[in-house]
Design a binder for this molecule. Sequence first.
Ligand code: NAD
Ligand SMILES: O=C(O)C1=N[C@H](C(=O)O)CCC1
Length: 248
Amino acid sequence: MIKVSVIGAKGRMGGNVVNAVNQADDTELALALDAGDDLTQVNPDNTDVAVEFTVPSVALDNVLALIGQGVDVVVGTTGWTDEKLDQVRKALAEAPRKDQAVFIAPNFAISAVLADYFAGLAAKYFESAEVVELHHPNKVDAPSGTAIHTAHTIADARRAAGLGPMPDATETDGGSRGQVVDGVHVHAVRLRGLNAHEEVLLGNAGEQLTIRADSFDRGSFMPGVLLAVRNVSAHPGLTIGLDKFLDL
Ligand SMILES: NC(=O)c1ccc[n+]([C@@H]2O[C@H](COP(=O)([O-])OP(=O)(O)OC[C@H]3O[C@@H](n4cnc5c(N)ncnc54)[C@H](O)[C@@H]3O)[C@@H](O)[C@H]2O)c1
Ligand SMILES: O=C(O)C1=N[C@H](C(=O)O)CCC1
């Protein structure tokens, strides 16, 4: 049995992870912690893998603390920058255990992982690409971590293919063109009734390809979280993206 502690256990995602860990045959819940709880309770005696779903402002500190406690970590919280990821790599290099592992996924839903993968395959064939993400209005960050990741996937594919900037004659913009992430315009919608959705729009003269992923409820993320829990310890160091654990 894999002993799993959940950080952010009272949250929307953390609560679903607690249930998923309790229901799976090969995992058991160790600790369910939330804001104000002491992370030094988490240690290799009670925990194999800690799952972190909190808020972007605290995730780095939590992950560094959990690395210091000697446990492997699966992270779903968004808000990761290159600088923060470097701090995680540095902490892992100095971790109590030599083979310690951290896994971070911007999205654990198979539909979103595949949408990102397909966008990377398609990007070099299109002059234009933009990302639209649509989420519930309780989400604290915009654009979504998934959309930022997809924008980088598209940008990497365009660079590798030698494509230049996308056509865009906009001369005035009060913000309507969205945030530019690695040269890709990303638009965020917050709407009651939605959960987590992403559209990648790819255009050429006279044609368009739309790739869309919809997570209608948070159960959609749980198979991916459990897959990460089962695989993280076999991948020492920092791994980013559920595609790394899929046969794509
Ligand atoms: N990777 C994915 O597939 C995926 C899917 C959904 C959501 N998310 C991300 O997960 C994060 C959480 O989303 P949510 O909807 O569950 O948010 P939420 O607001 O429902 O839950 C966050 C929880 O973290 C707790 N928390 C805050 N500070 C803490 C601290 N210092 N230590 C421990 N717990 C603390 C809060 O009390 C709350 O219970 C967000 O960044 C969101 O974007 C990722
Ligand atoms: O509901 C959220 O918050 C989500 N956050 C992640 C993101 O920002 O990409 C994943 C989708 C759901």
